[in-house]
Design a binder for this molecule. Structure first.
Ligand code: BG6
Length: 473
C-alpha cells in the first residue's frame, strides 16, 4: 500500500555512534567517549580516565564530522524525506555546566541542517542520544542529580533558539525507558556507581529526565509554536511464555514498567497508578519537588516515537533458559529466527506494538529505529548483497502498513543505522545496519570510504513508491 502523502521515510543515527571529531573545535568528552570498544562476547568498559593505547570507537566513529556533505548527498539520492540524528551535547557545552555555548559546535550543526535542507531532507533531532558531557558525570554523577536538569534546559534553550527555523521535529531523550533497567545507568543516565546502581538511583534519574523533557517541550513550544517535540521509547515487546496466568501477568507487568510508565508520564503528563505499587514493592521513593506535578502536566509531547528491533518472551518459571536480546533477554521463542547477534526477528511484533501504543494514547506515532545488525561481506567487486537486510526491512514495513490499515496514525519510519556506524551495545563496526557500507573494522582500521549496498537501491524504490514497491527485484 501507499503511505499517506508527506509520510516521513528516512534513516536514523546518533552523534556518538557516527560523528567522530570527538575533541575537534572545542568539543568536550562525552560519556560515550569514555567507553571502550567491545565485541559480541567481550563487554565494553567505562574508563573514567582515558587510557593510552585503548581503542575508543566514538572518537572517530565513521567521521560524519568530516564527511557530512558526502553522506547527506547519498541520503538525498535514496530520496530520504527525513534524517534522524542527534546533537552531541558536549559539542555545544563541552563540560555541560558552562553558561555560554561553544560557537564552533553550533556552526557545525548549522552546516549539517543547511545541507539537509539543500537535499530536501527534514531533520529530526534527538537532543540527547545515549550521551552527555562527561563533565556532568564527574561533577554530578549524571542524571542522578537534579542539577543536571538546569544544564539540559540551558542546552535546549540554545539549540531551540539557534535552529528554530531549520529543525521542526525534536526528540527529548533517546530510549528514555532504558533507565528502568540496570543496563541503562551509564548509557542513558551518565551514572557511574556500580555498587549503587539500584532501582532507586535509576528511577530518580528517570524522574529528573521526565522533568527536563517536560520543561524542554514547554520551552520549545514557546520559542516556536510550530515545533513538534516527541518522546522516544525503546519498545520492549514481551510475550508471555505460556498461557499460565502467572506468565500473562508478568508480561503485562513488564509492559507497564518497561514501556508504559515512560509513555504515560511523557504523553499524559502524570505517573500511572501502577507505578505506585511497583515503587513501593521495590523500595523506590521518588523525591519530587514542589511544582513537579504541574511541570509534567504542562510538558506533554506532541508525538510518540519508538525503536523496535525484536520481541522477547517472559516466563515466571526460573528454570526456563535465558537467551540474549536488545536491552532485555528472555526465554527462547521457537517460532522466530534470530539475527547474527541473537535478536529474535519478529515483524508481526511491530504490528502488535503499533496497535498497543496507539490504543493507549491516540497521538501520532513514529517508528524511529528498526533494522538488522549483520556481518556484511564485501564481494571482490566491492558490492554487498545484503538480501537478508532487505528481507528484514520489507517484512517489518509490510507489518507497519498492516498497522496503518488497522487505524494507527503513523508519521514516519526511519530505519536505524542507515549508514554503517558503531554498535551501541558492543562498540563494534562489524555489526552493520546500513544501506551505505563504510570501510572500517572493529579495531578502527579502514579508509572510511562509503559505498552503496544492494539495500540502498531497494530502499530508494520503496521511498519513490511511498511504500508500495517492496519487492526485492
Ligand atoms: C537502540 C539505540 O537501542 O538500538 C541505538 O537507540 C542502537 O543507539 C540500536 O545503536 C541498535 O543497537 P546496537 O547495540 O546493535 O547498536
Amino acid at each position: 500500500m501507499k503511505m499517506k502523502q508527506g509520510f516521513l521515510w528516512g534513516g536514523a543515527t546518533a552523534a556518538n555512534q557516527f560523528e567522530g571529531g570527538w575533541n575537534k573545535d572545542g568539543k568536550g568528552a562525552s560519556t560515550s567517549d569514555m567507553m571502550t570498544g567491545g565485541t559480541h562476547t567481550v563487554p565494553r568498559r567505562i574508563t573514567p580516565v582515558l587510557e593510552e593505547k585503548t581503542y575508543y570507537p566514538s572518537h572517530e566513529a565513521i567521521d560524519f564530522y568530516g564527511h557530512y556533505k558526502e553522506d547527506i548527498k547519498m541520503f538525498g539520492e535514496m530520496g530520504f524525506k527525513t534524517f534522524r540524528m542527534s546533537i552531541a551535547w558536549s559539542r555545544i557545552f563541552p563540560k555541560g555546566y558552562e553558561l555560554e555555548p561553544n560557537e564552533e559546535g553550533l556552526k557545525f550543526y548549522d552546516g549539517v541542517f543547511d545541507e539537509l535542507r539543500k537535499n530536501n531532507i527534514e531533520p529530526l533531532v534527538t537532543i540527547s542520544h545515549y550521551e552527555m558531557p562527561f563533565g556532568l558525570t564527574e561533577k554530578y554523577n549524571g542524571w542522578a542529580s537534579r542539577e543536571v536538569i538546569e544544564c539540559y534546559v540551558r542546552y535546549c534553550d540554545v539549540i531551540f533558539k539557534r535552529y528554530k527555523d531549520k529543525v521542526k521535529y525534536w526528540l527529548t531523550f533517546n530510549e528514555i525507558n532504558c533507565l528502568t533497567i540496570p543496563f541503562g545507568a551509564f548509557m542513558a543516565g551518565g551514572i557511574i556507581a556500580d555498587e549503587k546502581n539500584t532501582d532507586q538511583l535509576r528511577f530518580q534519574a528517570l524522574h529528573h529526565q521526565f522533568i527536563a523533557s517536560a520543561k524542554a517541550v514547554k520551552l520549545g513550544h514557546k520559542i516556536n509554536p510550530d515545533l513538534k517535540i516527541g518522546c522516544m521509547i525503546a519498545y520492549m515487546c514481551s510475550y508471555p511464555n505460556t498461557c499460565n496466568p502467572d506468565d500473562i501477568l508478568l508480561a503485562q507487568n513488564k509492559d507497564q514498567i518497561n514501556n508504559m510508565l515512560c509513555g504515560d508520564v511523557q504523553v499524559r503528563g502524570y505517573y500511572p497508578k501502577f507505578a505506585a505499587r511497583y515503587f513501593e514493592e521495590n523500595k523506590i521513593k521518588i523525591v519530587m519537588e514542589e511544582g513537579d506535578v504541574e511541570i509534567l502536566q504542562e510538558g506533554c509531547v506532541d508525538f510518540y516515537s519508538f525503536s523496535y528491533y525484536m520481541s522477547s518472551v517472559v516466563s515466571s518459571d526460573p528454570s526456563v533458559e535465558e537467551v540474549e536480546g536488545n536491552l532485555l533477554g528472555g526465554a527462547k521463542n521457537p517460532y522466530l529466527k534470530v539475527s547474527d547477534w541473537g535478536w529474535a526477528i519478529d515483524p508481526k511484533g511491530l504490528r502488535w506494538t503499533l496497535n498497543n501504543i496507539y490504543d493507549r494514547y491516540q497521538i501520532p506515532l513514529m517508528v524511529v529505529e528498526n533494522g538488522l545488525g549483520a556481518a556484511d561481506i564485501v564481494n571482490e567487486d566491492g558490492t554487498v548483497n545484503d538480501d537478508y537486510r532487505i528481507d528484514y526491512l520489507r517484512d517489518h514495513i509490510v507489518q507497519m502498513e498492516e498497522a496503518v490499515k488497522d487505524g494507527v496514525e503513523l508519521m514516519g519510519y526511519t530505519m536505524w543505522g542507515c549508514i554503517d556506524l558503531v554498535s551501541a551495545s558492543t562498540g563494534e563496526m562489524k555489526k552493520r545496519y546500513g544501506f551505505i557500507y563504510v570501510d572500517k573494522d572493529n579495531d578502527g582500521k579502514g579508509t572510511l570510504a562509503r559505498s552503496r549496498k544492494k539495500s540502498f537501491y531497494w530502499y530508494k524504490k520503496v521511498i519513490a513508491s511511498n511504500g508500495e514497491k517492496l519487492s526485492n527485484s
